[in-house]
Design a protein around this ligand. Structure first.
Ligand SMILES: NC(=O)c1ccc[n+]([C@@H]2O[C@H](COP(=O)([O-])OP(=O)(O)OC[C@H]3O[C@@H](n4cnc5c(N)ncnc54)[C@H](O)[C@@H]3O)[C@@H](O)[C@H]2O)c1
Length: 288
């Protein structure tokens, strides 16, 4: 089956940090988009962010105002999961295996056999996510980076049971979205998150050991050429999401000490300081 050319409608589940960007990218590539979240507030916030991004692109002369309107008009929202009937569905809910498996089982029950179910997981092996699915051949990793409208890379991950033509379709759709897709093996954290983990974790250890303050660590890393220091980056990603990703990688590597999660980060999560998304993480964003 020619999956890639049959994809006209893309469902996006979860309208958080990643979901809203993925919906925008898909609509910009000409797909009809159905954006779903459990919470109406999350959908409203996502649509506001998309509108703001498009407006800025028009101001900068990167987009015609008619095009921006058309892109925005291709995205519809719903809190009803059962209304998400699409040719390709990308899930971007919490980094939690059981929740992702449960979601997939509902999506399988309301969609035809040909629907591709892609996951934006950062670390969970695709084979494990697909383990309880009735159509594991249709499940694939499509890992975008934050912010999705700007970052070019997409990791395309085929699990043990993924049909090769399904992974190929994701590769082609990513190209159509103007991305740079790369096929990667189904290993915990794939490539980028595995390589990037020590960046966050050593930063957190330096801070915990009082070697330097977090602002200082960020300033030094940025001075060496990194676009963002580890703490600024965690605030952008979502401190709690970054922590979940580390915990998931730590489990998947059978508690290898190099991936041991940080207590300082745990404390931030316990305090509800998630970063930019709620106004305070390591830095304070209130009113900005
Ligand atoms: N934040 C990043 O930088 C980043 C980058 C790449 C990949 N990821 C991955 O993307 C996924 C989402 O991360 P995020 O940062 O966007 O999370 P987020 O917490 O910002 O957003 C998740 C959204 O999903 C919604 N949600 C939760 N359960 C749901 C369900 N069952 N049905 C519908 N909506 C549901 C929540 O209400 C929330 O709005 C995770 O798997 C994460 O590992 C995150």
């Amino acid at each position: 089956m020619d999956y890639a050319n049959n994809i006209k409608t893309i469902g996006v589940i979860g309208a958080g940090v990643m979901g809203n960007g993925i919906a925008q990218v898909a609509a910009s590539a000409g797909y009809e988009v159905i954006l779903n979240d459990l919470k109406q507030e999350a959908l409203d916030k996502a649509m506001k962010q998309i509108a703001a991004f498009l407006e800025k692109s028009v101001e900068k002369g990167k987009l015609q105002s008619e095009e921006a309107k058309a892109i925005f008009g291709r995205i519809r929202t719903t809190t009803e999961l059962k209304e998400v009937k699409a040719d390709l569905i990308v899930e971007a809910i919490l980094e939690n295996l059981a929740l992702k498996q449960e979601l997939i089982s509902v999506l399988e029950s309301v969609n035809p056999d040909t629907t591709i179910l892609a996951t934006n997981t950062s670390t969970i092996p695709i084979t494990r996510i697909a383990a309880k699915a009735t159509r594991p051949g249709q499940i694939v990793g499509m890992h975008f980076f934050n912010p999705a409208p700007l970052m070019k890379l997409v990791e395309v991950i085929a699990g043990e049971m993924t049909k090769p033509e399904v992974a190929e379709a994701i590769f082609e759709v990513s190209l159509k979205m103007g991305k740079k897709p790369v096929h990667v093996k189904d290993e915990p954290g794939f490539i980028v998150n595995r390589v990037a983990r020590p960046y966050y974790l050593e930063g957190l250890r330096l801070y915990e050991e009082k070697v330097a303050d977090f602002q200082e660590i960020d300033a030094l890393m940025e001075a060496t050429g990194f676009k963002m220091g580890p703490f600024r980056l965690m605030d952008l990603i979502g401190v709690e999401t970054n922590h979940e990703v580390t915990k998931s990688l730590y489990e998947a590597f059978f508690h290898e000490t190099r991936f041991r999660p940080s207590r300082v980060q745990q404390k931030k999560v316990d305090a509800g300081q998630f970063g930019r998304k709620n106004g305070r993480g390591f830095y304070v964003y209130e009113g900005k």
